[in-house]
Design a protein around this ligand. Structure first.
Ligand code: OAD
Length: 250
């Protein structure tokens, strides 16, 4: 079903009425930049094993394999540019007194587009963390092209600073999000399958708070049945359309 003009207008009206906006994004927001999602037809988890590449056990067993996969993904992301959805979220941020963008993406594209109030729930693929001393350092594929395994200044092995399956999410990011949601008046879920915990708990929590909710996704998800308004559209079309209607009402 195509999203109608009336649905876009309803979404714009929800956002016009709100003073504070919470946004949660997932891989779908970067799909139109050419960054693969995880669970779609060409999703990464269709072709690669999460157990072999995205767990602490996988890294202990074969750190070179895990690094090779993260460096390959870095290469794709470095060639990608923020898309119309990322840019529309920058424009939305500017219109709200209170705004928070919680992303499950590790690709940095929200920051590259110019978003400022961004919290990363699953880390950042361009950062590494020392397995020995815990130090966090910026890290891109170029920095250790000559070596197979990146090392910290302390001599410890560096790992991607992302959250792997079986690992805890950053508690400060979670707490800040939950605190923000206690005051939020509208929430937008965009480009996420809504199946990975604990992020998957957020839509239900938002609903319990009585916050107005909108989903943008070309496919139905577990979030669809609990939001006030579900826009079955790509983020790169729907978000700019909503922003345009907010900026130029009528
Ligand atoms: P998924 O790959 O699970 O879901 C992507 C969602 O984006 C799907 O629901 C698609 O229908 C939707 N989508 C595709 N193209 C879109 C577009 N142009 N506009 C809007 N939506 C679109 O990605 P996430 O929900 O982000 O975690 O996955 C959550 C976590 O699972 C990831 O952060 C990652 C993964 O395992 C870790 O690596 C820890």
């Amino acid at each position: 079903m195509d999203t109608t003009s009336e649905q876009y207008e309803r979404a714009a009206e929800v956002l016009r009425q709100a003073l504070s906006l919470f946004v949660m994004t997932g891989a779908g927001v970067s799909a139109e930049s050419g960054v693969p999602t995880f669970r779609g037809a060409d999703g990464l988890w269709r072709n690669y094993s999460a157990a072999d590449l995205a767990t602490p056990e996988a890294f202990s067993k074969d750190p070179a394999l895990v690094w090779a996969w993260y460096h390959w993904r870095q290469g794709i992301i470095l060639k990608a540019q923020p898309n119309a959805a990322h840019r529309a979220l920058v424009a939305l941020e500017a219109r709200f007194e209170r705004f928070l963008l919680l992303t499950q993406n590790v690709d940095n594209l929200h920051f590259r587009a110019g978003s400022r109030r961004v919290l990363e729930l699953h880390g950042n693929i361009f950062r590494a963390r020392c397995c020995r001393c815990g130090r966090k350092v910026p890290h891109t594929i170029e920095e250790d092209a000559a070596r197979s395994l990146p090392e910290c200044a302390c001599g410890g092995l560096l790992r991607p600073d992302v959250v792997w399956f079986g690992e805890a999410i950053p508690s400060d990011v979670w707490q800040e999000s939950v605190d923000f949601l206690k005051e939020a008046q509208a929430a937008l879920f965009c480009g996420t399958s809504g199946v990975v915990w604990p992020a998957a708990a957020i839509p239900g929590f938002v609903r319990e708070q009585g916050i107005k909710t909108i989903e943008i996704n070309p496919e139905p998800t577990p979030i669809t049945s609990i939001v006030d308004l579900s826009l079955r559209a790509k983020a790169g079309k729907a978000l700019p359309e909503i922003v345009r209607r907010i900026i130029e009402p009528g």
